[in-house]
Ligand binder design. Structure first.
Ligand code: SF4
Length: 323
């Protein structure tokens, strides 16, 4: 069952007289129990996609087009009062820096209790009891509910925010760089915890990270974003073994592998384009080693090359991406 369906989403930020085209025509879906990994360089629009789903864009952000369906409910045209009702209850978010997600001057337990009282209408006692159960579920002692955020290690804070994200039994959990700030041992434990909880609750997970090893390990399907658009999307094996898009291949080549032959890491020269005036044609053409004349003038269609494997490149399937 599809939990999330995003169709042609475009999200902009207004900067004075300028418009930042942060997300431009993005479409994907996630089914219950599935992890969809969204990867790409910083600033490519991954987090803006998440904020659009959560309807927590800053004041200068607006969804300029497209549809977002969550559990059968369209979100783009939802009034703010209605949007508040779906946050935490249908979709929750694990933020990159858990320290910033909690109020530093309030006990963590009180913050989880507040979510339960506001969203579920629980009494204080019932909310406290549920918070204790959530803490135990994420591997924390219930007695630590009285701690303040600064008393937790990074891994403990991440466990607590995962507990809070589960408080109202959401259908979709968005995990935005959930382990980026953690050491690799703790990363592994947090990812194991997310797997266990996903299986138990049949959660749809949108995993956002620039760390391709986390994407490869955790995702069923993957979308590769560049300059606000999806360049390629497919199942995890197709993306890593049979990449169709030069940007995907460069991104994978720039990432060290701990297994297999040692190869020289690739370097992708240049920088992503200025999204206030995205380039004509293929957005990647200024950095693409395979660019031809047409790439600078005509936007490539986003096409399906094999079952559920899509790419936006005029020459996808014809290029030797190992070059
Ligand atoms: Fe490179 Fe052209 Fe393909 Fe864009 S369309 S990725 S510039 S070959």
């Amino acid at each position: 069952m599809k939990v999330l369906e995003i169709e042609n989403l475009s999200t902009h930020y207004l900067l004075g007289a300028e418009i930042v085209y942060a997300v431009d025509g993005v479409s994907f879906d996630i089914t219950a129990g599935e992890t969809f990994g969204l990867a790409g360089e910083s600033g490519c629009g991954k987090t803006t996609v998440a904020k659009s789903i959560m309807r927590i864009l800053p004041d200068n952000g607006l969804i300029a087009g497209g549809e977002i369906w969550l559990d059968g409910q369209e979100l783009v045209n939802l009034a703010e009062e209605e949007a508040k009702k779906i946050r935490w209850r249908k979709v929750s978010m694990v933020f990159q820096y858990a320290m910033n997600a909690f109020n530093p001057v309030l006990q963590i337990g009180d913050q989880i209790v507040e979510v339960l009282q506001q969203k579920e209408g629980c009494s204080k006692e019932a909310a406290r009891e549920k918070a204790s159960g959530l803490f135990e579920e994420v591997g924390l002692e219930a007695s630590r509910l009285r701690d303040y955020p600064h008393e937790f290690s990074g891994g403990m804070r991440q466990r607590a925010i995962i507990g809070q994200a589960l408080a109202c039994d959401p259908k979709l959990m968005i995990a935005d760089e959930p382990v980026t700030a953690l050491d690799v041992i703790v990363q592994g434990k947090i990812l194991d915890l997310l797997d266990k909880l996903q299986e138990k609750y049949n959660l749809a997970v949108l995993l956002i990270t620039h760390d391709l090893s986390v994407i490869a390990e955790e995702s069923d399907r993957v979308g590769i974003m560049y300059a606000g658009s999806l360049m390629e999307m497919g199942d995890v094996v197709s993306i890593f073994k049979d990449s169709l898009h030069p940007y995907t291949a460069k991104l994978i080549g720039a990432f060290p592998s701990v297994v297999g032959e040692k190869t020289k890491l690739e370097f992708l020269p240049g920088a992503p384009p200025d999204l206030t005036s995205p380039p004509k044609g293929c957005k990647f053409h200024e950095r693409c080693p395979f660019a031809k004349k047409i790439c600078g003038t005509k936007r490539p269609e986003y096409r399906e090359f094999s079952k559920n494997h899509f790419a936006a490149c005029h020459f996808a399937g014809e290029l030797d991406l190992r070059k």
